[in-house]
Write a protein of this length. Sequence first.
Length: 118
Amino acid sequence: MNQKKEGEKRKNQNRKGENRLIKDLFPELAAKLKNSSKMIREILYGLMLHEMDLEMRKEKGHLDNLFMLVVFGDLIGLPLLPPYYSMRLLPHIIPSLETWKRRMLREKDLTDFVAHDL
C-alpha cells in the first residue's frame, strides 16, 4: 500500500515538474493553451451568432429611434404626442437625449443607407 502511494507521489511530482518545465521553456505556448478555450468560444460565436447579434443591435437602434421620435418629436419640430406624456417619460430619457438629437438632425446621404447593406 505504501509503495503505491509513494509511486503516485512520484508520478505527481514528475507531472508537476514537467508542467513547470513546459511553462519555463515555452511560456508563449503555455499562455496560448491556457486561452485556447476562450479562442474556441470566440470563433464559434463569430461563425454562428455574430451576424445575428449585429442585426438585432441594428433593429434595437431603429426601434429606439422610432420611439424617441414619436415621444419627443416636438424637440426637433415634429409634434406627435401631447406634451403631458412626453414630460412624464422625460426623466428616463435624459441620458440619451443629446445623442438622439444629433443622430436625427445629422445630414444623411443615399450612400449612408446603402453602405450598411453591403
